[in-house]
Design a protein around this ligand. Structure first.
Ligand code: NAD
Ligand code: UDP
Length: 434
């Protein structure tokens, strides 16, 4: 890719304005960070605009005399490197001995934040944001679906701790805020061991609520749109009680999250624990496990490999897809707001799965053409396979509560997010890990 191509990559929001930063300044918790800084933690340097500036070279070559790094550029110096050796089918990692600059907060503004499931897809992006903002972050994860590499760029930082621990066992730590994410999220993973999934949701949430009670920490549960099941109400608003099959293949997750919500409000009403509940709708982005069977990762990987895209059923079922940075904005806004009722976080742009397959195929072709100058030799086909049991027929969030209480609305178009995710997977393929 040439630098002139890099300069032509723009990220526009739903109103057509350039996205240069994510986050906001509200609720006394300033969470705005530059998009380039965030990207430098997951995208290759040539996609990060400021990484191409001359400054980068200066930081790389004059390491010992390096002054305090600017917050405007030179981020390539902070990226971990992995080099694939095809002959020996091995990979060498250069771990970071330096970290991107994080904010220096006064003691009073610095939170001790526990993120369970912080090595997973959503968790790792939340951790990036909290770290850049200057907080003290502890990640608790058993690495069932998450991976150490998703947060390895922070290992060794004085504000960061990574603990291997299963949340079904009690855990003690002093903290101010708990983001409780630990739970497999893709149908393939949560159905792999249904009993463990519901145990994680129940026992894990019970343990973390107990911790919140003891330490007086604020507790945020990442619940899900799956609490609405196969909904009879469309779009789904928070007052809808849902339509869940309690003994079907999705029950371990759906009922697990429903009971986790019940526990959360039990501790709130009985013990005065300060709680927040986010009901997250389908979210996608870099670091999503490419093999977890979810539709976004499946379609992108299939299209990049030149394989047929597998639409389950006739593809008339719908989903609404939210980009990861919007979700992290919403989670941080909710945690720091006064809203104790459940809040939907999702993007209202709804697609049938068949439409979505066409969109992903087009975007993969566009990105290959723009970045590599390669026209796909042939269009991949879209084929149909059996529809899984109890697959919800439609899903779209009503986010009016998030808008009113948090002043939050998704900014990323599905196309912008997909382009970035395609670039991330393309890089993974180039390094040989996909
Ligand atoms: P993920 O599978 O990538 O991450 C889950 C993390 O939790 C992993 O790091 C995993 O190793 C860890 N984990 C699982 N069981 C654990 C246990 N018993 N003890 C400790 N750690 C454990 O999933 P994700 O997409 O990042 O989802 C994160 C949270 O958000 C989940 O609670 C999920 O239910 C919720 N959510 C996600 C979405 C989405 O579209 N991504 C939608 C709705 C809700
Ligand atoms: N899906 C599909 N092809 C795939 C993977 C999923 O058609 O390769 C469908 C799936 O049947 C569902 C939708 O895409 O209707 C979203 O599936 P996903 O597993 O991503 O999330 P969830 O069903 O939990 O919303």
């Amino acid at each position: 890719m040439t630098s002139s191509t890099v300069q032509s990559i723009r990220t526009l929001d739903k109103s057509g304005n350039d996205i240069t930063s994510v986050g906001f300044q509200r609720f006394g918790f300033d969470c705005e960070v530059s998009l380039d800084v965030l990207r430098s933690l997951y995208l290759r340097p040539h996609y990060v605009t400021t990484a191409n500036e001359d400054k980068t070279e200066r930081v790389d070559t004059k390491e010992s005399n390096d002054p305090a790094p600017s917050t405007n550029g030179g981020y390539a110096a902070y990226q971990s490197k992995s080099i694939y050796h095809p002959q020996s089918h091995s990979i060498s990692y250069t771990t970071l001995s330096r970290f991107p600059p994080v904010k220096l907060l006064p003691q009073a503004g610095r939170k001790r934040v526990l993120v369970t499931g912080g090595a997973g897809f959503v968790g790792s992006h939340l951790v990036d944001r909290l770290m850049l903002l200057g907080h003290d972050v502890t990640v608790l994860d058993n690495f069932f679906t998450g991976s150490k590499t998703s947060v390895s760029h922070w290992v060794g930082h004085p504000n960061f701790e990574l603990v291997r621990h299963d949340v079904v066992e009690p855990f003690m730590i002093e903290c101010d805020q708990i983001y409780h994410l630990a739970c497999p999220a893709s149908p393939v993973h949560y159905q792999f061991n249904a009993v463990k999934t519901i145990k994680t949701s129940f026992q894990g949430t019970l343990n973390m609520l107990g911790l919140a009670k003891r330490t007086k920490a604020r507790f945020l549960l990442t619940s899900t749109s799956e609490v609405y099941g196969d909904p009879e109400v469309h779009p789904q608003h928070e007052d809808y009680w849902g339509h869940v099959n309690p003994i079907g293949p999705r029950a371990c997750y759906d009922e697990g999250k429903r009971v986790a919500e019940t526990l959360t409000y039990g501790f709130h009403n009985q013990d005065g624990v300060d709680v927040r509940v986010a009901r997250i709708f389908n979210t996608y982005g870099p670091r999503m496990n490419p093999f977890d069977g979810r539709v976004v990762s499946n379609f992108i990987v299939q299209a990049l490999r030149g394989e047929d895209l597998t639409v389950y059923g006739d593809g008339t079922q719908t989903r609404s897809f939210q980009y990861i940075h919007d979700l992290v904005d919403g989670l941080i806004a909710l945690m720091n707001s006064d809203e104790t009722r459940p809040v939907n976080l999702g993007n209202g742009d709804e697609f049938t799965i068949l439409e979505f397959a066409h969109l992903v195929r087009d975007i993969v072709e566009d990105v290959k053409r723009t970045d590599d100058g390669i026209a796909s030799p042939r269009r991949v086909n879209i084929i149909h396979e059996g529809l899984p049991k109890d697959d919800p027929q439609k899903r779209r969030p009503d986010t009016s509560r998030a808008k009113a209480s948090l002043e939050w609305q998704p900014r990323w178009t599905v196309r912008m997010g997909l382009e970035e995710m395609v670039r991330y997977y393309k890089a993974k393929m180039a390094e040989g890990s996909l």
